[in-house]
Design a protein around this ligand. Structure first.
Ligand code: SIN
Length: 309
């Protein structure tokens, strides 16, 4: 995990932590990048799970164009009604919006550990997040490597986790009567996912437990709510152990690109109480339906799959 892959084209990766994360240098995301560079970025993404670019001067159009090189780009979010004009793929993560929708000042829409939109039967394969307005300090984001979390479990626990299916759904914290509350209820997204998913490209197994989407009502197929709660608490703790994480300090022009099939992330909520604003823009790539170690697929409970173009 810590070797820096060489690059024929000057693309370098500087690892940032022992299990996850690297800064990529030697690439300008404004450019129409060569297919070989795109393949190397993809390889770095799979190796490091989240990769970072600094000092990029891109706007919405370049962000979407860059994302398209890696797959189909989804609409902004199943609950998003107001993407920036002309850019239906862009999800603003904008602290200025949250007071109204979520009832309190906060810097990201979800300040719990989660993998993006795992209430969908086909959660996004990857996400690309770009900074715009940043607090003077605070407002970092942290990612965890779910493959390391799985691989370092005792074998007996890995074997047990391999068999579990967990219900993922939105647990809205929205203000009663808000537009967000209505959208969450309308879309009614829920799916059962294997607790251990096999990455379709690398073949690695990841502990796919997305705390923000599995926290309530807790449901593991075949277990009571109390049993589910206790098993999930154990798996969440393993998935988010500090040693599997990397914490990223945003700067103007920063871009983070993460593999949603092998990571969870957490927006650190330490800037909202100071009254600082924080605005970032996210795009997501269409995802496949997860598969467990025995090949079983996730199951749609309610709502619709989420496709890109
Ligand atoms: C996200 O959950 O996609 C956004 C993370 C952040 O606000 O840092």
């Amino acid at each position: 995990m810590t070797t820096v892959p060489g690059s024929a084209l000057g693309l370098d990766a500087e690892p940032l932590a022992g299990y996850i994360g690297a800064t990529i240098t030697g690439v300008d995301l404004r450019e129409n990048l060569d297919d070989v560079v795109i393949a190397e970025i993809r390889q770095a993404l799979h190796q490091y799970k989240v990769i970072f670019f600094r000092d990029q001067q891109i706007g919405h159009a370049e962000q979407v164009a860059f994302a398209r090189r890696f797959g189909k780009v989804t609409p902004a979010h199943p609950h998003e009604e107001n993407p920036p004009e002309g850019f239906p793929e862009i999800l603003p993560i904008d602290s200025r919006r949250y007071e109204q929708n979520l009832g309190r000042k906060r810097t990201s829409y979800d300040n719990s550990w989660h993998t993006d939109v795992t209430a969908l039967v086909n959660p996004p394969a990857a996400s690309i997040l770009r900074s715009d307005i940043l607090p003077p300090y605070g407002g970092d984001t942290t990612w965890t490597n779910l493959v390391a979390a799985y691989e370092n479990l005792p074998k007996e626990l890995r074997d047990f986790a391999d068999t579990l299916d967990i219900k993922h759904q939105f647990n809205t914290q929205a203000t009663a009567g808000s537009q967000r509350e209505r959208k969450v209820a309308e879309a009614n997204l829920a799916a059962y996912h294997p607790a251990v998913r096999v990455h379709p490209v690398t073949g690695e197994r990841a502990l796919f437990v997305s705390p923000g989407f599995t926290r309530g009502p807790r449901e593991i197929r075949g277990f009571s709510p109390t049993q589910s709660e206790r098993i999930l608490a154990l798996l969440w703790e393993e998935a988010t152990r500090t040693e599997y994480t990397v914490r990223f300090r945003w700067q103007p022009g920063s871009v983070a690109f993460w593999d949603n099939r092998a990571t969870s992330h957490l927006a650190v909520s330490d800037a909202g109480h100071l009254g600082h604003e924080r605005v970032l823009y996210r795009v997501t790539l269409e995802g496949d339906i997860p598969r467990g170690v025995d090949g079983r697929e996730s199951e749609l409970v309610s709502g619709q799959p989420f496709y890109g173009s």
